[in-house]
Design a protein around this ligand. Structure first.
Ligand code: PEP
Length: 248
């Protein structure tokens, strides 16, 4: 039985005081937090601050994987995260692929470095509307995942969380149908089995991201291969994230 997992991706939002207050509230959800693994991805400058009052697990929205130290202005090293006792990283988010030109090889290298460094990696994949409409969503997602799988040491598999995030659903209020989610998550699990083995495929957590809210989370959480959510906008409000956690 896979334990559900929820990532709260705050992106480039919230002031310092708002972030501290929301993190504190989420950390105090008590019993509600016990049935689900929860990771908060705050804006990077607040990671150090929030890690001082350790509550729920924290993660970095971005990391520069391939090197530990060096002349990489503006980047965050895995070693910096280790120093802060942060064990989660988000890699391959469509906003990083699109706005910061992160390509598959670079994303793969970052994910491998993080997995080899003992981090839990939330690896994002997902298609645009154009790709969905031309019927090639599955092969698009397959290419994104296999660029990682081909380089991955199967021993680090248990630390991988796959986040299926159709780009057209992110921040738009549009959500795929239950059949579309079921089909894609099943396809991803099949791919894991094909590349690795059945125990790996059974253990890996595949989460859904894209306009997940307190209103739609319960139904999606019932689907057979949905092991949780990556939540953007709705994770910025205490009441919504609390309801989403309660509904999985
Ligand atoms: C995201 O960007 O990862 C995301 C899921 O955003 P939203 O929930 O706002 O669609």
């Amino acid at each position: 039985m896979r334990k559900k997992i929820i990532g709260a991706n705050w992106k480039m939002n919230l002031s310092r005081l708002e972030a501290e207050s929301l993190y504190h509230e989420i950390s105090n959800l008590g019993e509600l937090n016990e049935h689900v693994d929860l990771v908060v991805f705050p804006p990077q400058p607040f990671l150090g601050l929030l890690s001082l009052n350790a509550g729920v697990a924290l993660g970095a929205q971005n990391v520069y994987g391939p090197e530990i130290f060096g002349a990489y202005t503006g980047e965050t090293s895995l070693q910096h995260l280790i120093d802060l006792h942060i064990q989660n990283v988000l890699i391959g988010h469509s906003e990083r692929r699109l706005y910061f030109n992160e390509h598959s090889d670079f994303i793969g290298a970052k994910a491998i470095a993080a997995l080899n460094g003992g981090f839990q990696v939330f690896f994002c994949c997902g298609e645009s509307m154009e790709i969905r409409e031309n019927g090639t969503a599955a092969s698009w997602v397959e290419a994104q995942l296999t660029s990682l799988f081909e380089q991955m040491d199967p021993k680090s598999c248990s630390a991988l969380v796959i986040a299926y995030e159709p780009i057209w659903a992110i921040g738009t209020g549009k959500v795929p149908s239950m059949d579309e989610i079921t089909e894609m998550h099943g396809f991803i699990r099949g791919l894991c089995e094909q590349y690795f083995d059945t125990p790996f495929a059974d253990a890996i957590r595949i989460i859904y991201g894209g306009s997940c809210t307190a209103n739609n989370a319960r139904a999606m959480a019932q689907l057979p291969n949905v092991d949780g959510f990556l939540v953007g906008g709705a994770s910025l409000s205490y009441s919504s994230i609390q309801e989403i956690i309660a509904s999985v």
